[in-house]
Design a protein around this ligand. Structure first.
Ligand code: ASP
Length: 584
């Protein structure tokens, strides 16, 4: 038996018990005749004591020679501490050691294995197995584990069947590049890794499974960001004989269940907003509703008064920051510089201070009198003490810029509290999205999304206006999940591919199997997928999904611990019938 107890469980009740513990040396404090060793495992920390006089000299020397992260086994008696530590659960006792065995010595770790570490990101990732020893990191993965268990519980109770779908497949168009895997037995041919199990889950509906789910790895070859990894995990679901309403209510239920069971939070009812409103009022299809600061459009009030910049703009639009009229000139200049940075790209910013004495002061006083500014203030619902920030330009562009500014103001005014959760369903997404680069329409969600019945006639005349039965779940400005009601008949699916620029042959070659399946009795169906890593990060109060993934990749898609991706041997390439011709 390696251990009788773990390092987190001994209490005063155990005093005088003989115990055997095993774990890692967190710290050694050597006061000459008195040595304390903090022994750590996943469950906690227990203090070991070695004392001159009552401890054999040999044992004392052995204890003195222990280094950080040595793996040891200690046998001894639990005693009450004279000076107790109320910061840890085992702080009332210590173990007086009678026998000590070094199970494995350790090299000095390259960074401190403590909650606050001195290791930088790169170093921590290279030695991720040491990083994972840190409580703060392990707790994040334990949170992930809880979320997984609770997800399975909820889905199982709601009669979803967990089915694994293949990883070596062919392309699923979810809008990113595919990762591909060469086939040795089919020279010159490649599998693609799934961007999602989309077509398979739809086929399971054709098979009559009725309710499917899977906690599944997906792969997308995209540029990386803090909330993106080339491989990530989805809670992927599909249901038959459902309307959009059925799907929303089922997954609102899952979200509520997770918040309650994992965080002890009773989530408020999930509001609804159309995509069009989200863009109009927040400039963003994933608005952060922890704070208000809705956009107010000023075209009617601001145009035609001789201010050329506003007169020429397609849209004049602003936000009102409550209580921010105290911003100093310096702060306002800095804000103007901020919106002018290339990442935001605004040409300038107009501001109006609603002073506490009731007067209004703007950067465009030359063109607008107090009366004009009062009308603006009314439109904003502004009160004395508030600050109005206004941008102008092309509608799409200026909304995006103002959305960034809104988020920054929310941050600066501490309105984005990580302990507050504001969920929202964004609905009625456009079916198609114009792509400037390729000069054609793309599916905004994916090509299997069904258009709203009443909008189908617009497909030919005004494709950009067609709305889809598609929805996203947004929490605190983060897209947590998205899905849609699907097309389930061959003719509509074919029509959709046509509008996406596929020839009949291309559509048949790539998705013939799905369209054929639709001819064998496909039930109406729909579903959703949650980004599981992001959901975990939101629950943990973090912006980065990386901490919630045991072995994540860095910004260049590398795993620096195992040093991957890497070159492969010539023999391997030969076997795969691949000849490299790398461009310099
Ligand atoms: N496959 C979709 C995605 O990964 C989700 C869905 O439509 O269910 O975004």
């Amino acid at each position: 038996m390696y251990r009788s107890h773990n390092c987190g469980e001994l209490r005063l009740d155990h005093v005088n018990t003989q115990v055997t513990l095993a774990g890692w040396v967190q710290r050694v404090r050597n006061k000459g005749g008195l040595i304390w060793v903090d022994l750590r495992d996943r469950y906690g920390l227990t203090q070991l004591i070695f004392e001159e006089g009552s401890t054999a000299k040999e044992l004392l020397d052995k204890a003195g020679s222990l280094g950080r992260e040595f793996v040891i086994q200690a046998k001894g008696t639990v005693i009450e501490r004279t000076s107790k530590n109320d910061k840890i659960p085992t702080g009332s006792i210590e173990v007086k050691v009678a026998d000590l065995e070094v199970l494995n010595p350790a090299k000095l770790p390259p960074f401190l294995i403590e909650d606050e570490t001195d290791g930088g990101d790169d170093l921590r990732m290279k030695y991720r197995y040491l990083d994972l020893r840190r409580n703060v990191i392990r707790q994040k993965l334990q949170l992930r584990h809880r979320m997984m268990q609770e997800t399975r519980k909820y889905m199982d109770a709601a009669q979803f069947i967990e089915v694994e779908t293949p990883v070596l497949i062919k392309s699923t168009p979810e809008g990113a590049r595919d990762f591909v895997v060469p086939s040795r037995v089919n020279p010159g041919e490649f599998y693609a890794l799934p961007q999602s199990p989309q077509t398979f889950k739809q086929l399971l509906m054709v098979s009559g499974f009725d309710r499917y789910f899977q906690i599944v790895k997906c792969f997308r070859d995209e540029d990386l960001r803090a909330d993106r990894q080339p491989e990530f995990t989805q809670i992927d679901c599909e249901m038959s004989f459902v309307t959009q309403e059925d799907v929303l209510s089922m997954f609102e239920g899952l979200t509520r269940h997770l918040f309650k069971e994992v965080k002890g939070v009773e989530l408020e009812e999930v509001g609804r907003m159309t995509f069009a409103d989200a863009m109009r009022f927040y400039g963003n299809d994933k608005p952060d509703l922890r704070f208000d600061m809705r956009f107010v459009e000023l075209n009617d009030l601001a145009k035609g008064k001789g201010f050329g910049i506003f007169d020429q703009a397609e849209l004049v639009v602003g936000i009102c920051a409550k209580g921010a009229a105290e911003y100093t000139r310096k702060q306002l200049d800095a804000l103007t510089e901020w919106v002018k940075r290339p990442q935001i790209g605004a040409k300038g910013m107009v501001y109006v201070k609603y002073n506490t004495d009731g007067s209004l002061k703007s950067t465009v006083d030359k063109f607008y009198g107090q009366e004009d500014l009062t009308a603006w203030a009314d439109a904003f619902g502004a009160e004395p003490g508030d600050l109005m920030l206004i941008l102008s330009g092309d509608t799409k562009v200026v909304r995006k810029q103002l959305s960034e500014l809104r988020l920054k103001m929310g941050e600066d005014l501490s309105l984005r509290d990580r302990t507050v959760f504001k969920p929202l369903w964004v609905v009625d997404f456009p079916l198609l999205e114009w792509d400037e680069e390729t000069e054609r329409y793309h599916a905004m969600h994916h090509p299997f999304t069904s258009p709203k019945q009443e909008d189908i006639p617009l497909l030919d005349s005004n494709p950009g206006e067609v709305r889809a039965n598609a929805y996203d779940l947004v929490i605190n400005g983060v897209e947590i999940g998205g899905g849609s009601i699907r097309i389930h008949d061959r003719a509509t699916q074919q029509l959709m591919f046509k509008h996406l620029g596929f020839s009949d042959e291309e559509a048949q070659k790539q998705f013939g199997f799905l369209m054929e399946a639709f001819e064998y009795g496909a039930p109406p169906h729909g579903g959703i997928a949650f980004g599981f890593d992001r959901l975990c990060a939101i629950f943990g109060g973090s912006d980065s999904i990386r901490d919630y993934i045991a072995f994540p990749k860095n910004n260049s898609g590398r795993d620096v611990m195992i040093d991957s991706p890497s070159t492969i041997a010539d023999e391997q390439l030969q076997e795969l019938s691949i000849q490299l011709a790398l461009k310099k």
